[in-house]
Design a protein around this ligand. Structure first.
Ligand SMILES: [Zn+2]
Length: 334
């Protein structure tokens, strides 16, 4: 009897251990998530390198800029590891939300307002609503933005995708919107850096390399000193411009959106390491910029986790603490 009882006890103990919910991983704030249509990056399925092996050259005879887009998003020739886009809006949302649950992620999420609201409805605790903003969008007039800021429908003004329009954050046309964000104390996320290579030839004819510079945000920050500014994509690859900007403007942060998974890993690490070594580790925030490829979130998280030059405390800052401070959320995470 005793032996049976012991055996039973052991089984019960094992069952109890199994029955316990898996421990939640430490929280992550993804500063750069998108809730967008699944065909946003061209006719699906599309592929993206995570990372790309290299940025191969294009012979302009091969279909001009469109040829490069096909090489980039429609074939695996440049990928070291290729991700395939989600096959429908529902799949994109479900796959992204289930990865957010798995990694305990809260995401600053931008897209068309109808998409952001749909995702937020599905996962109100995980979605901090942003807005994908271009100037001249009839849905996003100054009056609509005032309404969104006032009602809390938009908590982060961005991602501002002005670089694709050939516009810098400091240009005068952006002024009334920045004044509004400052009035409502809404932090700004501005795309500075990596659009798809070659995009000036296949989708955004005003896109310019010189707008990769973080200097393009400088006058806007001077004019609106109360504005919190997140430089998306960390202004890659203009590192010196970025470091000078962070040094001069202590309210500026960066996110690692897209560069954490598309860049050859060696380059991503070299870039991030310089930012850290220069002393800006308290202003680097994780961001995936998964677009239509949910698995990019996992690749991006791994890139940070596997970085041997980062201490556990620095990783926690990047994954959570810095963004929590930037967003003025309450709790921090050790
Ligand atoms: Zn961007």
């Amino acid at each position: 009897m005793k032996r049976i009882a012991t055996g039973f006890f052991l089984i019960v103990t094992v069952l109890q251990v199994w029955a316990q919910p898996a421990q939640k991983p430490l929280p992550i704030i993804d500063m750069h998530l998108h809730a967008i249509p699944y065909n946003d990056q061209g006719p699906p399925p599309t592929t993206i390198g995570a990372p790309y092996r290299d940025w191969s050259a294009l012979d302009p005879k091969q279909g001009g800029g469109m040829g490069y887009m096909n090489q980039l998003l429609k074939s695996s020739t440049m990928c070291e590891n290729c991700l395939t886009s989600a096959p429908s809006d529902d799949a994109l949302r479900n796959q992204t939300l289930s990865l957010m649950k798995k990694y305990n992620i809260i995401g600053v999420t931008s897209g068309p307002m109808s998409y952001v609201q749909r995702w937020q409805k599905e996962a109100p605790d995980r979605i901090i609503p942003g807005v994908l903003f271009t100037l001249g969008d009839p849905q996003l007039t100054l009056d609509s933005m005032r309404h969104y800021f006032k009602t809390g429908a938009v908590k982060v003004f961005g991602e501002l995708c002005l670089q694709y329009q050939g516009i810098a954050l400091s240009d005068s046309v952006v002024e009334p919107y920045l004044a509004l964000a400052e009035e409502y104390d809404i932090p700004v996320s501005i795309h500075i850096g990596t659009g798809p290579p070659g995009v000036a030839y296949f989708g955004a004819s005003a896109y310019r390399a010189r707008l990769h510079s973080a200097f393009t945000a400088e006058e806007a920050m001077i004019r609106h000193p109360k504005l919190r500014v997140a430089i998306a994509h960390a202004g890659w690859p203009l590192l010196d411009d970025l470091l000078a900007t962070l040094y001069t403007h202590p309210q500026a942060y960066v996110d690692l959106g897209v560069i954490c998974y598309i860049l050859p890993r060696k380059e991503f690490y070299a870039y991030l390491k310089r930012i850290m070594d220069a002393g800006f580790g308290k202003r680097v925030m994780f961001g995936s910029d998964q677009m239509v490829w949910p698995q990019a979130i996992e690749v991006g998280i791994k890139a940070i986790e596997e970085a041997t030059f980062l201490s556990p405390a620095q990783k926690r800052d990047i994954f959570y603490n810095n963004a929590a401070r930037f967003l003025r959320l309450k709790a921090s995470s050790k």
